[in-house]
Each structure stands twice: as C-alpha cells, then as structure tokens.
Design a protein around this ligand. Structure first.
Ligand SMILES: *[C@@H]1O[C@H](CO)[C@@H](O)[C@H](O)[C@H]1NC(C)=O
Ligand SMILES: *[C@@H]1O[C@H](CO)[C@@H](O)[C@H](O)[C@H]1NC(C)=O
Length: 373
C-alpha cells in the first residue's frame, strides 16, 4: 500500500517537468517547418519520402502559435515545428545533415531540454541528433480534447521518423527515458519487420503510461486506485492538485528527494526546463488525462518480439521504475529479450542521462559504434 501510494504520488512529479519551451520563436518556426509525411508506410518500409515532404514551408499554423511570452523565458534555442494532425510538435536537431539519425524521447512531464547534456555529445560524434516534445509536453501543443495514450505517441513518432528520414530505408537509433523508454520499445517492435531501427537505448524505462493496469492492482487496493483516478486526478479536485504540485519549491524537493541522487544536478536550468511548460494552456488537462489514461502495452509483452539490439541503462536508486523491485523491474528486461544488454549505474536514480551524462554518453556512443549501419 505504501508503495503504491508512493508511486502514485511520485509519478505526478514528473509531469510537471515539462520543458523549456520552444514555442515561441516564430522565426525558427517559419524557417524550419517541414510538412508531414504524405505517403509513407513506415511499418512495412514501403513508400518513398517525397522531396516536397522535406522542404521548409510556410505554415498556416504559425499564426496560432503566437503565444505571449511569459516572464521567465527559457533558453530559446534549436526550436523547430513539425506539423502533425493539425498540431505543432516541437523538436530540436543538431549534428551533420548526412550523419546517421538518432532520436531522443523524454519522460512524463519532461521535454527536449531534459537532454541538455546529451544532444551536444551525440551531435559532435557525427550523429544527426533529434529530440522531440511529445504532444502535450514541452513546446508542443497541448490540446485539451486529445486522447493521450502510448499508441497516440507511437503514431506521432512513426510519422516523425518517416518525415525526417533522408530516404525510405534510412535506419535509426531510438532512445528514451521513463515513458519515453516504453515508447522506444513500442517503436522498435513496430519497425521490427522493416528494419528501420538499428538499435535502441532505454534510460530507466517505465512499465506503463503512469496509470496502473487494473489487473496489476491487488483487489484490496482497488479503493485506493479508484480514489486516485477519480478524486485526486478527477475533474473536480485535479486542477487544484496540479496547481499545488507544480510550484517551484515542490518540484525541486521531489527532484532532490526522489528523482536525482546527485542533488547538484538539480539546478535552476533544470527547474526552468520542467516548469515552464506547466504554465501553458492545456498543461493541467494533459497532466490529469495522462494520469487517468490507458497504460499501453507492458515491456513484458513487447520485449519477446524484439530482436533489435537494446542497451538498457538503469540507475539503481530509482524509486519510480526500480531496478530490482516493483512490477516491471529492470533486471528482468534481459530475461524477456536476448538482444538486450543491461548497464546498471550505481547511486543514480530515474534520469541517468541527465544525472550522469558522461557515463551515459560514453556507453551510448560505444553501443552505437558496435551496431550495423
Ligand atoms: C477522444 O475520445 C472520445 C471518446 O472515445 C471521442 O469522442 C473523441 O472524439 C476523441 N477525441 C479526439 C480528439 O480524437
Ligand atoms: C538511404 O540513406 C542512407 C543514409 O543516408 C544511405 O546509406 C543509403 O544508401 C540510402 N539508401 C538509398 C536506397 O538511397
């Protein structure tokens, strides 16, 4: 019970962690926008990326993005808009245009800014390095009527990968933290047949999109589970919960007590990255909807079907997605997938890529060096 409560209380934290956003550089939006993929079927690997799909284009959506700039303005660099189903999706890209592509996916409440210490290292090593804000987070749109789910984000990622590919057979490395890790597994499984993913990296992967699977909740905890879903994250009390949750002091405390072992990494920049998007219109609805939403597939379902090489980096001091306990322990991942290699980082918690970037960058670069082109 204590465990479930702790987890239920702790997870919301992340959501608050949306990122330095982006949005508001209209020039960047204008100059970097690409049209979405038109004809590709990325799952089967058929079709072709038309040249027109890659040309910068003037975007009707730009007008809708003229959001007032708030007082604390986050770092305004590297921001681009990928138009998707009528929404604007923020991403950052760095590195040589003809380098092998890599895409980084953040966790709940985080954003591209959370890869502040990884993008430059990968780009310098010659990788065309993308980081994306999932719909609802960071500098991406936060529609109140969207049905947030792992499957929705999978569709987004498949379209993004297709659209950013130089040709219809280019092979990617996909990486993700927390729910971004689970999404990485979903992408890897979806593109298994087409061979479009040549390797994947997990940083403390989540076992679901935050909410518990009903079958995973013991019967005597149903009332607690119901209470969280319908009261704490419900339409009536939820907005107040969100408001109390997203204060700078609260988020800093949660980060220092649960999310990071190295307290010095929790600096003003990290807080800005996580907090800025939480003031956006729609941020509260996204938070509550993700909490109440469907958990998506479990790692145990996905892993046995994956033959792609996976590097799973795991901080051993993570109370949220624990290495050795809980419903989806990291040490079990390699039992389900023989191509998965586990690298445990001691005295590291939920976000190893940001807490120990030197170790993670070195391990990731070595892993990518060993992959087939
Ligand atoms: C979300 O789901 C509801 C209920 O299934 C549906 O009526 C609604 O159209 C969906 N919203 C979007 C944006 O797809
Ligand atoms: C697609 O692009 C990759 C990397 O840019 C290149 O190695 C490969 O030869 C290209 N394939 C085709 C069919 O053009």
């Amino acid at each position: 019970m204590k465990c479930v409560l702790l987890a239920a209380l702790a997870l919301p934290v992340l959501s608050f962690v949306p990122s330095p956003s982006v949005r508001y550089s209209r020039n960047a939006l204008k100059s970097n926008t690409r049209t979405p993929p038109a004809t590709l079927d990325i799952r089967s690997g058929t079709g072709a990326v038309g040249a027109s799909a890659r040309k910068p284009c003037a975007l009707a959506m730009t007008a809708a993005l003229e959001i007032p700039v708030t007082a604390r303005s986050p770092p305004q660099r590297y921001h681009n808009s990928f138009p998707w189903r009528g929404y604007s999706i923020n991403y950052r890209v760095e590195g040589p245009e003809d380098g092998p592509p890599v895409v980084l996916i953040h966790g709940f409440g985080a954003s591209v800014g959370h890869y502040r210490n990884n993008i430059p290292a990968l780009a310098q090593a010659g990788y065309r390095t993308y980081a994306i804000d999932l719909l609802g987070f960071g500098g991406s749109d936060k529609p109140k009527d969207a049905n947030y789910s792992m499957e929705l984000w999978l569709d987004l990622m498949l379209d993004f990968i297709e659209s950013m590919s130089r040709n219809a057979s280019e092979r990617w490395v996909v990486m993700g933290n927390s729910i971004g890790g689970l999404l990485t597994l979903m992408i890897t499984a979806a593109l298994q047949e087409s061979g479009r993913v040549r390797g994947s990296v997990l940083f403390n992967s989540a076992g679901g999109m935050v909410s518990f699977r009903r079958e995973e909740v013991p019967w005597f905890l149903f009332p607690v589970w119901w209470f969280f879903n319908n009261v704490i994250f419900g339409d009536f009390y939820g907005p107040q919960f969100f408001k109390n949750f997203k204060t700078r002091a609260n988020v800093e405390q949660i980060l220092k007590q649960q999310v990071y072992v190295r307290k010095e990494v929790v600096d003003a920049e990290l807080l800005d990255i996580l907090l800025a998007p939480s003031d956006d219109d729609g941020a509260c609805e996204v938070f509550l909807k993700v909490f109440r939403g469907p958990p998506g597939p479990s790692p145990e379902e996905l892993l046995p079907n994956i033959k792609t090489k996976i590097l799973a980096i795991w901080g051993d001091s993570d109370p949220w997605t624990p290495l050795a306990t809980g419903l989806h322990p990291g040490i079990k991942f390699s039992e389900y997938c023989s191509s998965l290699q586990l690298l445990v980082l001691p005295k590291t918690a939920h976000c190893p890529h940001d807490e120990r970037p030197e170790e993670c960058n070195a391990a990731v670069l070595k892993f990518m060096d060993g992959l087939e082109q």
